[in-house]
Design a binder for this molecule. Structure first.
Ligand code: SF4
Length: 441
């Protein structure tokens, strides 16, 4: 029986469970010994966090280890290279010192491309000659803001491209202590109309803390949209329903809407099961009642949602809940990417097959989309020509706006999983080709 079903509304408090709880989880849910052992080992390198709601309501324990939610939460064999897994086993089982273990883990992290798309170097804004921590300014009108106290999540996704935020290495982490420098920066940049508050998951913060970050932003007249990136709607919907400050949070969202801003909850749903519980549905309807708009996005990854039917069900469930299907992303080249990657051509096929089944109102979704160094590129499909097959591509967003919306193409490949693995058509306009080459550097 669900642990939450046994609780009275309002009494279920969030409690994170991590590596120290693996034995208890294994015995509670009957995790096979070998699977538990792998989880224990790989979680030394990759972040592992769950909570009782996701364990009791989202994972189908009869389908472990293939269950998509189990794959989403629990580190698996194959997420590290064979060499790294061997290295890890040897340092743990052959009595290495804590310093040696730490060094081995740091080495593995460094090989996992902790900050893809050059965001550590390219997107950090500066003011008066100083870099501004906890912010990114990649596209003209949008600033990303990483509040320091919102840099964890209610559970961690094994495919997370921000995994480096969670591994306890300050050099790998973005975080702003407070909004003062953001507000000063925005005052000098009236072209910024959108602030995306992101993490981690900002909804991990108490409402009081969230208010301390949001209210100063509302004082900046040129900011017209506040977006909050969150997976709490899937991993801890109690945040909007029964947490002690859930009602205050909804009042805060209403306050943003009442200020004349667009309040967008950028909801991350990876699989339709996340929308299947009653409390997940209630969370969405309570958010919508505030006047906020909910946009939905997730990456397509192997082992979790590489199936057109899964996406079609997900998009329909989002639409039925009054939310807007928005993006299907390509998983970034970071962390356990080899485990999750799906060739672009196959992703385009999955997208098309799911999209074709949708009613018109759900066709707001775009994908598959790559977030690359120069911008967001959508794979529009496959083109058959007398010269051969091509993948049709287009920038949806870019640092250089002049390349947005102009179609280009690359030779068809059934293995390429990222832009730099594609061979551009020789007729690609020079500015687009230069931007794409920049993506590969
Ligand atoms: S919720 Fe988002 S930030 Fe948190 S682990 Fe998942 S993908 Fe990463």
């Amino acid at each position: 029986m669900s642990l939450l079903a046994a609780s009275s509304p309002g009494t279920t408090r969030f409690r994170a469970r991590g590596p120290k709880d693996i034995d208890e989880i294994a015995s509670r849910y009957g995790l096979p010994g070998e699977v538990g052992e792998t989880v224990r080992l790989v979680s030394k390198v990759l972040p592992f966090r769950v909570n009782d709601y996701v364990l009791a309501n989202l994972v189908d324990w009869d389908r472990v280890p293939d269950d998509p939610m189990f794959q989403l939460f629990f580190p698996q064999r194959g997420m590290l290279t064979e060499t790294d897994e061997k290295l890890l086993r040897s340092v743990y089982h052959e009595g290495a010192s804590p310093a040696e273990i730490k060094a081995a883990v740091a080495d593995i992290h460094a090989r996992m491309n902790p900050h893809p798309s050059g965001q550590m170097q390219l997107n950090v804004p500066s003011q008066d000659g100083e870099d501004l921590p906890g912010m990114q300014h990649k596209y003209r009108e949008t600033v990303l803001y990483f509040p320091g106290s919102g840099q964890t999540c209610h559970a961690y996704c094994t495919y997370c491209f921000r995994w480096a935020q969670f591994v306890g290495d300050a050099d790998l982490r973005f975080a702003a202590p407070g909004p003062d420098r953001l507000v000063a920066y925005l005052a000098h940049h009236p072209e910024v109309s959108d602030v995306l508050v992101t993490g981690g998951d900002p909804m991990i913060m108490s409402t009081e803390r969230m208010r301390a970050h949001l209210e100063p932003i509302l004082a900046v007249e040129s900011v017209r949209t506040i977006r909050i990136g969150t997976k709490s709607v899937a991993y801890w919907p109690q945040r909007f329903v029964s947490d002690a400050d859930a009602d205050d949070l909804l009042r805060l969202i209403e306050q943003v809407v009442a200020s004349g801003r667009t309040m967008a909850i950028m909801a991350h749903y990876s699989h339709p099961v996340e929308l299947s519980t009653e409390i997940a549905q209630r969370a969405l309807s309570r958010i919508r009642a505030t006047g906020a708009v909910v946009y939905c996005q997730a990456p397509l990854v192997a082992h979790v949602n590489d199936d057109a039917q899964v996406w079609a069900r997900l998009w329909r469930a989002e639409l039925a809940a009054g939310a807007v299907p928005y993006y299907m992303f390509v998983a970034r080249d970071t962390g356990p990417h080899e485990y999750f990657k799906v060739p672009l051509a196959r992703m385009a096929e999955i997208f098309r097959a799911g999209y074709q089944t949708l009613p018109g109102l759900a066709r707001t979704v775009r994908g598959p989309v790559l977030s690359t160094r120069p911008g967001k590129v959508v794979v529009d499909g496959v083109e058959e020509t007398p010269q051969g097959r091509f993948l049709q591509l287009r920038f949806l967003q870019a640092r250089d706006v002049s390349i947005v919306g102009r179609p280009f193409r690359a030779r068809y490949s059934d293995t390429a999983a990222w832009l730099d693995e594609l061979e551009l058509d020789a007729a690609t306009p020079a500015d687009i080709a230069a931007a794409v080459r920049g993506a590969a550097q």
